[in-house]
Design a protein around this ligand. Structure first.
Ligand SMILES: NC(=O)c1ccc[n+]([C@@H]2O[C@H](COP(=O)([O-])OP(=O)(O)OC[C@H]3O[C@@H](n4cnc5c(N)ncnc54)[C@H](O)[C@@H]3O)[C@@H](O)[C@H]2O)c1
Length: 443
């Protein structure tokens, strides 16, 4: 049985292993491209026909990947499709499907379950499976290993190999990308870990093996829970600072001069994206199964989820000071995505703010170069150009996402009031700016 491991190890060594990447989104597509860059034959599988069609035409739908990256590989050493039967030919399968929350704010692992069901019947002997989707501790064993062992009557570590290697990629980060972001990996058995480490070491600069799959799963949740908790802390201090009339942004900058023991986090309308609002909930949900109630995570979620309401109240106060109400006020929102320089709207707090203001009767328009249109409540909104007329029409301009391409001085010069949730106006001149958490009275 050692032979299966040796065969795959040899194929990995000579880059002859065929790799399937399942789920070609923000995580899977950059990984598939990097794996192809490193000389492997890659088979990308996605259930979204539009994405497959786009890739087949050499067109990227992810900002970090340009069309040339696709064109240089497609149908040479990158093959894409919706059909899982190709799995019968591959030596390794890397799963990168979504792990969101359902309506009840509980983990939705149905995407992983569906992939495991689809690949199981095609698995060849000695295949390596790596789950990259972020998920709660224990899920790789529960949702991947046990299901395959039971339905195929095969044994992990001997007949097939399983790892968990959580993805850490930070879309739109120009410094860190797939290759130079170190990667943790845990294996189900020592054979699994050796094979998984060998494969990733061919693709990623630094691979960090850990003693178990659960450690790898938990490490990812720790990373994002840490960020979420600290953002919640700073959000709470921001709300407190408003009452104390202290500029929290300056406080963070001052504290950040300490060369050790302090890491700056910044307030915002909340936390967004596929990770920070979601991952801590995976952990607290699982902990409840052990009768453990994670108060930190519950409190963090509560504070961060309430930020759009706090921000709405600040906007109401600002408008009140100029004898206006949110209802019927003209509001221009700049930026809708969950963070700057991305087109990702998932869990975007800016979007939550947009909806709250709309519900309160604001006449709302938006500008976001990454979001040409937005459908909400049977209505379609289109991104407005940042022209003098469009800005001057608004009673207040809200900077919700601080995209790098935006001319903030132009916004300040032409806005009646700027409400800046990102401190994007730092260093620019204007007496019409209120920062999130700041004193809401304009001089
Ligand atoms: N986006 C990030 O910044 C980021 C960072 C680190 C980790 N992660 C984690 O990585 C995982 C993937 O996230 P993402 O942002 O790439 O999601 P995504 O939605 O951008 O991509 C997932 C892809 O999987 C496809 N898919 C869904 N079900 C499928 C199925 N049954 N078979 C084949 N394809 C299927 C979808 O069509 C989509 O293209 C999640 O667990 C996420 O938490 C994301």
């Amino acid at each position: 049985m050692e032979i299966l491991k040796d065969v795959l190890m040899k194929k990995i060594h000579y880059r002859e292993a065929k790799i399937a990447v399942v789920g070609l989104g923000y995580v899977g597509l950059p990984l598939a491209i990097e794996t192809a860059n490193q000389g492997f034959k890659v088979y990308g599988i996605d259930i979204c026909k539009d994405k497959i069609e786009s890739l087949s035409l050499g067109k990227s739908y992810i900002l970090d990947i340009n069309d040339e990256d696709i064109k240089s590989h497609i149908n040479k050493n990158l093959f894409v499709g919706c059909d899982f039967s190709i799995v019968s030919e591959v030596d390794a399968i890397i799963i990168c499907v979504p792990t969101p929350l359902n309506e009840m704010k509980e983990p939705d692992v149905s995407y992983i379950k569906s992939v495991v069901k689809d690949i199981t019947k095609y698995l060849k002997a000695g295949v390596l499976i790596s789950l990259e989707s972020t998920t709660y501790p224990g899920s790789t064993e529960e949702l991947v290993v046990k299901v395959i062992e039971k339905s195929r009557k095969i044994e992990v570590g001997k007949d097939f190999f399983v790892c968990h290697s959580p993805e850490r990629v930070d879309p739109s980060n120009s410094t860190y990308h797939v290759k130079n972001t170190s990667k943790i990996i845990g294996g189900c058995t020592s054979n699994c870990l050796e094979l998984g480490t060998a494969l990733y070491e061919k693709i990623i600069e630094k691979v960090i093996p850990v003693s178990s799959i659960r450690v790898a799963e938990m490490a990812k949740l720790l990373e994002n829970t840490f960020r979420s908790v600290n953002v919640a802390l700073i959000n709470e201090l921001t709300m407190m600072s408003e009452f104390m009339d202290i500029n929290i942004w300056e406080v963070i900058e001052a504290a950040g001069t300490k060369p050790f023991g302090f890491m700056p986090f910044y307030p915002g309308i909340g936390v967004g994206g596929h990770c920070l609002p979601v991952d801590p909930v995976y952990l607290s949900w699982k902990a409840k199964k052990y009768n453990y109630y994670n108060r930190f995570i519950e409190l963090t979620t509560e504070i961060n989820e309430n930020m759009p309401r706090y921000v709405t109240n600040q906007i109401a106060d600002i408008l009140n000071n100029i004898e206006k109400s949110i209802k019927n006020s003209s509001i221009l929102m700049v930026g809708l995505t969950y963070k700057k320089d991305t087109n990702d709207l998932r869990e975007s707090p800016a979007l939550k703010l947009f909806k709250l203001l709309k519900k309160k009767g604001a006449k709302i328009e938006y500008h976001d170069g990454y979001v040409p249109s937005l459908k909400y409540d049977q209505e379609i909104f289109y991104s407005q150009e940042l022209t003098v007329a469009n800005i001057q029409r608004a009673d207040i301009t809200i900077i919700a996402t601080d995209h790098s391409y935006i001319d903030y001085q132009f916004i300040i010069n032409n806005s009646k009031i700027v409400y800046d949730t990102k401190n994007a106006t730092k260093g620019y001149k204007g007496r019409n700016i209120v920062l999130l958490g700041g004193y809401t009275m304009i001089e």
